[in-house]
Design a protein around this ligand. Structure first.
Ligand SMILES: [Zn+2]
Length: 302
């Protein structure tokens, strides 16, 4: 049972907007692609764990602190007999292991997920102990991508490859144990102990004036949406149609995410969306969907 669902990371949401509205450096574009890919891998993993039938609690995306260090767990599954920690990797291509280091062929060294999961394991063990629980803990690194190959992987590494996923979960799912109130208490304490993420640490700087204005297509993420007098707007790049109203409200959410201190006014949204000619139309959409505050010249929406 999915006890804590995964939500789309804020960094990813912001980067997706910036990719469309700003001219980012190649390193930032690469960072964005990695975020998309990582999240895609996590969603794939969730689609598998959601099929588990046995008694278990699935907690996705935990950010915790133990001994003054924060650590993140992509997925934790509480089974009656064990706590299974999963670090999810969506790498693809040919990789190899040599002298406890991980390389992409032919010879690019990348960070070794084993070192990372060992740190996570130590901190999580400490957390569990500090909170008065005692359960066996098993850590796993899951390579979810079917296009990933790892040569020379020692057999004692905590790896699960795409081809092994079904079997691994079938085996975990075959237990007949029952969860107790202790398991539930652990799950609740984990959720209540979340530490907040340092916001937008790796994001490129951006400012309102330099960002491209217009409406981003919800399907292809390009600023290529055109609006006429009809109810729908149209993406000139991929042909996707969307209600003008929902497109404008999506754009309002972008402003809120990128500029949380700005007040949402008709003028601001009109300028941000750019392609909706009529200010009155923008105003009608805001009045219908948001709460109006302030008076006369100072009206804004929440
Ligand atoms: Zn499109």
């Amino acid at each position: 049972m999915e006890y804590k669902v995964r939500t789309e990371p804020l960094e990813l949401q912001v980067m997706r907007i910036l990719i469309a509205r700003a001219d980012l450096a190649e390193s930032d574009r690469q960072y964005y692609r990695n975020l998309e890919k990582g999240y895609e891998g996590e969603l794939f993993f969730d689609s598998i764990t959601r099929q588990l039938q046995s008694n278990c609690l699935i907690l996705n995306d935990l950010l915790l602190e133990a001994n003054h260090s924060t650590f993140q767990i992509d997925s934790l599954i509480i089974f009656p007999n064990s706590l299974q920690v999963f670090d999810i990797k969506n790498n693809e291509g040919d990789h190899y292991f040599e002298e406890e280091k991980l390389f992409i062929k032919p010879n690019l060294e990348i960070s070794n997920p084993v070192d990372q999961i060992k740190r996570t394991e130590n901190r999580f063990r400490r957390w569990v102990k500090d909170h008065g629980f005692s359960f066996p803990i098993v850590v796993n690194i899951v390579f979810v991508n079917p296009r990933f190959t790892l040569y020379q992987a020692p057999m004692n590494m905590p790896f699960i490859f795409h081809s092994q996923l079904d079997r691994y979960f079938e085996q975990l799912d075959s237990h007949t144990g029952k969860l107790t109130s202790k398991h539930k208490l652990l799950a609740d304490q984990l959720i209540n102990s979340q530490v907040s993420k340092e916001p937008f640490i790796k994001l490129p700087t951006y400012d309102y004036g330099n960002l491209r204005k217009g409406i981003i297509c919800e399907k292809c993420n390009k600023i290529a949406v055109a609006v006429d007098r009809g109810k729908h707007c149209l993406c000139l790049d991929c042909g996707h149609k969307e209600l003008v109203e929902t497109a404008v409200l999506r754009s309002v959410e972008e402003i809120k995410l990128l500029f949380p201190d700005r007040k949402i006014t008709t003028n601001l949204v009109h300028e941000w969306c750019k392609v909706v000619p009529s200010k009155k139309r923008i105003n009608r959409i805001l009045e219908k969907n948001l709460k109006k505050s302030g008076k006369n010249k100072w009206v804004y929406f929440e």
